[in-house]
Design a protein around this ligand. Structure first.
Ligand code: ACO
Ligand code: OAA
Ligand code: MG
Length: 290
């Protein structure tokens, strides 16, 4: 089971961060060429990220690059560089429609052919940052077989909605819409960046909510957020113990030819067993003792 709980943003212009961040245990690294990079630094950042993608220290890690939109003077140059450098996933910011993804895919395929990279090997993800994007989330998530996930981007989204970040009420509809689109399209769903790196309690509260909603993971901006997220996402020991009892009860039921049995008064049937098996897989992948 591949976990994609944490996707750590690294500003592409920050050479020091790019050359050291592989020490962190993030599930994916997201090199940013868009809003964390000033206009003056766009070309330098593209070159730095091109070289970072080729560093042996990142070889076994999932590498994502957030390019600039294709409507800017930088988008195609970014894409040309990162596809050639062997990026795993291109993250398209400010995705409003399925056509945005289709245009990206056309360009990616052209570059793959030009540089001899296997066609289809560059995966895509879309960040949804506007009301239009949220309304079109399902079409975006299904726009290409290359799409591995969609992400809600809260900072731009609340601006577009003429509101501001608060207790999460302002994101409630968008979170549910993006999550349902992702699950219906069978791709991953990533929650917003939590901007106050010193507010550990606030971060954990948000993580608890998105875990219960069912998000795959979350975009992060600071390495201190990684372990907090992974610990909160790991199944609790009681959950693991219960899942083991469910799987054992299911095995006994099977021996007796029963489809449904009771475990301390609670019904155990096919979806309950499937859920228990998922908990055990997640626990193993998260390093929880079983
Ligand atoms: C709305 C959007 O578009 S969000 C996406 C774009 N934004 C980003 O990419 C921002 C990425 N994050 C950062 O730049 C920083 O974490 C900030 C500005 C948010 C906070 O910075 P600081 O307060 O200095 O963080 P902190 O004190 O925790 O830094 C500790 C160490 O971690 C490093 N670090 C901080 N953030 C990161 C990161 N995202 N990746 C790798 N290393 C990092 C710092 O360089 C520092 O290293 P040092 O000890 O060798 O000097
Ligand atoms: O893509 C993200 O996660 C961050 C971002 O740009 C936003 O919140 O506007
Ligand atoms: Mg944004």
């Amino acid at each position: 089971m591949t976990l994609r709980r944490s996707m750590l943003f690294l500003p592409g212009s920050n050479a020091a961060m790019l050359s050291t961040a592989f020490v962190f245990e993030a599930d994916s690294f997201m090199f940013d060429l868009e809003d964390a990079v000033s206009l003056r630094e766009k070309d330098t950042a593209r070159l730095l990220v091109y070289h970072a993608l080729k560093m042996p220290a990142y070889a076994k890690r999932e590498k994502v690059v957030r390019i600039n939109p294709l409507s800017t003077p930088f988008g195609r140059l970014d894409l040309e560089a990162v596809v050639r450098a062997g990026v795993d996933v291109v993250r398209l910011p400010k995705t409003d429609t399925a056509e945005d993804v289709a245009d990206l895919e056309t360009e990616v395929e052209r570059i793959e052919r030009a540089c001899g990279r296997e066609v289809g090997s560059t995966r895509l993800m879309a960040a949804i940052e506007s009301a239009s994007g949220v309304v079109n989330a399902l079409a975006i998530a299904k726009a290409s077989p290359r799409i591995m996930g969609i992400a809600l981007a809260g900072f731009d989204y609340v601006m577009d909605m003429q509101t501001q970040r608060g207790d999460g009420t302002e994101l409630f509809y968008a979170r549910c819409a993006v999550l349902h689109a992702a699950r219906a399209a069978r791709v991953d769903a990533f929650d917003v960046v939590f901007g106050d790196v010193n507010d550990e309690a606030g971060f954990l509260k948000e993580v608890d909510l998105i875990k219960r909603l069912g998000f795959t993971g979350k975009s992060l901006i600071n390495p201190r957020q990684i372990e907090l997220l992974h610990n909160a996402f790991a199944p609790a020991q009681e959950e693991v113990d219960y899942a083991r009892r469910v799987v054992a009860a299911a095995a006994q039921a099977e021996e007796k030819g029963l489809g449904v049995v009771s475990l301390n008064g609670k019904m155990v049937d096919a979806p309950v067993i499937a859920m228990a098996e998922r908990v055990l897989q997640r626990a193993a992948a998260s390093g929880v003792r079983q």
